[in-house]
Design a protein around this ligand. Sequence first.
Ligand code: 13P
Length: 255
Amino acid sequence: MRKIIVAGNWKMNHNYDQAKGFVEDLLPQLKEVKSDRVEIMIAPTFVFVQNLIELAEGSQLQIGAQDVSSHEIGAFTGEVSAQMLASINANFVIIGHSERREYHHESDRLIKEKLIKLLDHKIRPIVCIGETLDQREDAITQDVILTQLKGCFAGIDLADNPQVVIAYEPVWAIGTGKTATPEMAEEVHAMIRDWLTSEYGSETAEAIHILYGGSMKADNIEALVSQPNIDGGLIGGASLKVVSYLEMIKIASKI
Ligand code: 13P
């Protein structure tokens, strides 16, 4: 059975004292959480990844990054490679977030190149996909999602990589307070699972986690994650405070 993943994407929030204080406050409280039910992850800014990994060592808190370069090594000013993240034991990396697609013009093709780098360096990818409000209103959500899936995963054998995580984040729900209803989200998650089944077979499709992201918080996580194909959340705003993040972890661990 898939464990529920409660992953915080801190985006460009928290200075070092805040990030360190958060982890120091959270860790002792995680001892009460059953690790056989949930996986707990946080992606801080690159600059704090290594310190937080060291702080979280020996706990069930996994620390990862919010992006990675599609290049292996060399003259790419400002970029951070998968090799670098592997060398500090980063647990996972988020790629293809809609904010990167929008503000940095990232394409599915580029996201696939990043995915390949992460797989080469044995770091778990969380691959984000999702439609915009216009696309939903034009009733092309399904086409958009299938195009993103094909673009990000064509030629990649997920049967060999069932640790890959897919995060469905409808762009109109991110940071807006508008959450997809559990039924709306489940419809897309089920479609993603069907696509995985048709491409890779049911064993792989059943092993892969599909997370929901977009204004997830303590008062809606239960209804969302209770859906058969929603395996957890990628959480922005509500992951920034220990109280709300821990509450979500506790709720998820009891589902
Ligand atoms: P919010 O939870 O703030 O809507 O952000 C979701 C998100 O983008 C997580 O990656």
